[in-house]
Design a protein around this ligand. Structure first.
Ligand SMILES: Nc1ncnc2c1ncn2[C@@H]1O[C@H](COP(=O)(O)OP(=O)(O)OP(=O)(O)O)[C@@H](O)[C@H]1O
Ligand SMILES: [Mg+2]
Length: 136
């Protein structure tokens, strides 16, 4: 499979979360970990709407998928704002603050690019190497 990349823009409204999930499942159909990718985009899109300027009237967020043979990169670009994505310490009594922790645990790697003008929160997933056939 040759590498490919696709991006799509979504209105910053909660109905777009379902659309972003569908975007990921459509284009990653057949990828072994598509459900994890779907969960990740759902968390990141929810955060973009809830915690950045993407959630304002007319705001948007952008989802990018980059796929290679054994690696998928998903980025959600938001419209920025004063707050920064951060993993909160684990307090079982707290209701929120779990999304990015879950993303960081499920992804092979994750990170944040950008600043108050717009941030991309990204996660990558690497398929475990397949056992190699060895002829004797
Ligand atoms: N795209 C973002 N822009 C700005 N701040 C963000 C963004 N994503 C997350 N954050 C900040 O990081 C914190 C942790 O995010 P996280 O997704 O872990 O928890 P949450 O969204 O508060 O709750 P939930 O458990 O429902 O996801 C958020 O409360 C918010 O302050
Ligand atoms: Mg969240």
């Amino acid at each position: 499979m040759s590498a490919w990349c696709i991006s799509r823009s979504f209105l910053g409204s909660t109905v777009s979360i379902t659309e972003a999930r569908r975007f990921v499942t459509t284009f990653l159909k057949g990828w072994p970990d598509v459900e994890t990718a779907e969960l990740i985009v759902s968390e990141l899109a929810t955060n973009a709407i809830r915690h950045s300027a993407s959630g304002r009237f007319g705001g948007r967020f952008h989802v990018t998928i980059r796929a290679e043979r054994r690696r998928v990169w998903i980025g959600v670009l938001d419209e920025g704002g004063p707050g920064r994505p951060q993993i909160f310490p684990e307090y079982p009594e707290l209701e929120g603050g779990r999304g990015l922790r879950i993303v960081s645990e499920m992804a092979t790697d994750w990170g944040v690019l950008g600043d108050h003008r717009g941030r991309t929160v990204w996660a990558s997933l690497h398929e475990a190497p397949q056992p190699q056939r060895r002829d004797c």
